[in-house]
Design a protein. Sequence first.
Length: 392
Amino acid sequence: MTEPRAFQSKLPDVGTTVFSVMSRRAAETGAVNLGQGFPDYPIDPRLPELVQQAMADGHNQYAPMPGVPALLEQIAAKLQRVYGISVDAASEITVTLGATEALFSSIQAFAGSGDEVLVFDPSYDSYDPAARLAGARCVHVPLAPPHFRPDWDRVRGSVNERTRLVIINSPQNPACSCLDRGDLDALAALLRGRDCRVLSDEVYEHMVFDGARHQSVLAHPELRARSIAVFSFGKTLHATGLRVGYAVAPAALTTELRKVHQYNTFTIATSYQHAIAAYLRERPDCGADLPAFFQAKRDRLAALLEGSGFELLHSAGSYFQLASYAALDARRDVELAGALIDEAGVATIPLSVFYREPPPMSLLRLCFAKRDETLAEGARRLRRWAQSRRTI
């Protein structure tokens, strides 16, 4: 009898994500969780009311594969209102199982064997595995602290005839930096004449601070023709468990995206889609209050940690904050993040795990999408730990 071949993993070096590990350890130890990016405050009670109403109205069977028409129309209206762009709801918008599915399905649609996918490190951890599962090679271009800005001359040297997809993320998780119009112009010039698409992760679109405005590829005339932009209702509605996102792209690109989407998740929870559509009709300004809301939380956390020994880098966007502990401890960030759960009772995320080849750094990512009480307690514990380091 022939023995079956030994199973070979497609992702042999991939384990459980650092977010899951840190959140599990925080729950086990009672640590304050400033690591994984999810709010711990209540959502608008109107949203669950609308979900319940949608289910009571009978919206409990499969939705159309691209999305519920009412929601597609509300998304198109939002894009017109916020970015001043006209999008065809039926042919250019696809509702997905969160932003992660939109990213994964886009990578499968537009990258394949022998292709290269360019990402900027530190990069969100789903990009690289998705590219590898598509048979493509991921090319990692590092962004250097403390500003984490693209070096476009270096990017130019990383693009070649095999580059089929460039993934950008602004506001950037985990670096908390934002691309400006000049960056988009530079990217457009770099890709001019090339057979290459742009996948733009814009899930933190409404979380841009200090009076700046989010620069979407959809509002860039040259990039829009080659771009897929990805958004998240979970982020905008403070409800990461909704798992409802959407992708916006020209009709020809949307057609290819939907070929993967229909065999990946096919469709998304019907009642949620109807509820979000109704919510957006009632709250057409949804998201407009988020810059001030999250900037206040960013500034509160900074005030709570002032003088502690942690140096906070500027957070231009997202709901994260990078903190340097270089003056307090010499341990590597992965080691220290694990130790802080036990030594300080706080869960954080080490920045180096978002790099293929991390430069020397002593940076932790903190999430400030938390109740004021959570931020105060987390900061108190970090200050106490920092004080103990100073007395050693």
